[in-house]
Design a protein. Structure first.
Length: 152
């Protein structure tokens, strides 16, 4: 069952925003916007499994906004693939979050395995997981996103 996160306009281009869809008391997933593309990730660093990434709420990106950063030990991740490019978990990946945007521009995530996935150590992204991003206003991309639920 999908869980509403926000309206797509609530995430600024080049920014990131965290969400607490399971009422855990802290943000457990986050979405990064680059132009019309949204990228959803679980807020868990693969270095130590359950460590949240930001140093402050919504602080997922480096100063230039070009990479996702874990502020615990400085790992840096590619925004689009989740792959750790530098840091203590280089080569590991963030856990993707399947997203879709409805006809009103509301962003939803597939919450079926949200709670369960919080207990799992993130694994490397699979080729199927690389489909979890989509264009905000593309019908074809919405269909592609639906197939990415295998990543959760
Ligand atoms: S916990 Fe993220 S880099 Fe160490």
């Amino acid at each position: 069952m999908p869980t509403l996160l926000c309206h797509s306009n609530d995430i600024v281009d080049g920014g990131a925003r965290g969400f607490d869809p399971t009422a855990a008391g802290r943000d457990t997933v986050f979405v990064v916007r680059q132009g019309e593309a949204l990228f959803g990730w679980h807020d868990q660093c693969p270095h130590e499994g359950v460590t949240p990434l930001p140093y402050k709420r919504h602080g997922y990106l480096n100063k230039s906004g070009s990479r996702i950063v874990c502020f615990a030990h400085g790992a840096q991740f590619d925004i689009r693939t989740g792959l750790c490019l530098t840091g203590p978990c280089k080569g590991d990946s963030l856990t993707p979050l399947a997203l879709f945007v409805d006809g009103q521009g509301q962003v939803h995530c597939s919450a079926g395995k949200l709670a369960h996935s919080l207990e799992e150590k993130p694994s490397r992204a699979t080729p199927e997981c690389e489909k979890r991003s989509f264009s905000v206003d593309s019908e074809a991309a919405k269909n592609e996103c639906a197939s990415s639920s295998v990543c959760l």
